[in-house]
Design a protein around this ligand. Sequence first.
Ligand code: NAD
Length: 369
Amino acid sequence: MKMKILIVAGDGIGPEVTQEAVQILRSVAEMGSHDFEITEKLIGGVAIKAANTPLPQITLDTALKSDAVLLGAVGGNEFNSLPPERRPEAGLLQLRRALGGFANLRPAISYPQLASNSPLRAEVVEGANILFVRELLGGLYFGEPRKWDRDANVAWNTMRYTRDEVARVARVAFELASKRRKKVTSVDKANVLEVSQLWRATVMEIAQEYPEITLEHQYVDACAMHLMNDPRNFDVVLTENLFGDILSDEAAVITGSLGMLPSGTIGGTVNLYEPVHGSAPDIAGKGLANPIGAILTAAMLLRHSAGLERDAQAIEKSVRNVIGQGYRTADLARSKPDGQMVLTTREMGRRIHESLNQIIERRQAVHAV
Ligand code: NAD
């Protein structure tokens, strides 16, 4: 397996967590004799300081020539006074647009040992494993016309989808569901919005291609409630841009910490993978950042861009092992019950790395017999 991976670590805790994810990728490459050409470039605040732009041309060009991009996080308080188009976040938005991914994948998984970290009751979240597939290039965030007419004191946006935009993201959701528990919940507001009626009709049409998948529809308001009442009832949640933005953040509470959440955006020229959290300036440089979101993001990269499903699963298993052994970063250890050991970012990365190496070595030994 040969692939070019661009790392854009960015600002704050971005480089700290990305470093651990890169170690994991290098290990998978070495143990599986894969040829991963890993390059690093600047984005965000560090790029503003070095090149006076949040997305230097060399970063963009390298990204477009890569097979996958892994991003840490961008942003920092010192840039808050810049105009929006010159801030670190503008570099990330530009990169996302240039790579053109239309399907944003966000898993929300409850780990048994962390169930009590969730603000929801442990017995409600335990075992929940949801994959959000959010349409990312259409809907209210991009629809025209849009305007704030200050003189008339009125503003408007347009929620707009074509059949083809819905069909392509629906296929991604059905394909992914076919490798999971074979259920898609499509979320819309078809009782009120015409755009949702088109959404629902198109999803039903595409569902015909996947007879093995159970399709259900939920209105977005009902879905917001069911996610909290019974998160285990969901497998793949397919939804449009705005609804997906809100629901995937809501569902993040089942995992117990922002530091645990990976994401990937696929379907464009080059897939982009990034942990959900930001640059966390409050804890940057202190070794407090949880690298698990970034490490699970690397697993998503291997799954969706390299086709290395077994290695992706091995990484996920090593995360479960290390949590199961009682190791925590500070964000996960707030209540500090007995038997928990609080680790720094590096130590947590190293534990996961060691567990991964053991899993892969064991697998290779079995194959060699
Ligand atoms: P944030 O995600 O950086 O932090 C929110 C809270 O969660 C903080 O208390 C932080 O310490 C904690 N946290 C986040 N990631 C963590 C981790 N891996 N381990 C442990 N704790 C973690 O969000 P924010 O504070 O609203 O934003 C900070 C900066 O990040 C801003 O400049 C914002 O624009 C930027 N941001 C960037 C991205 C991105 O790059 N994709 C996303 C969100 C925010």
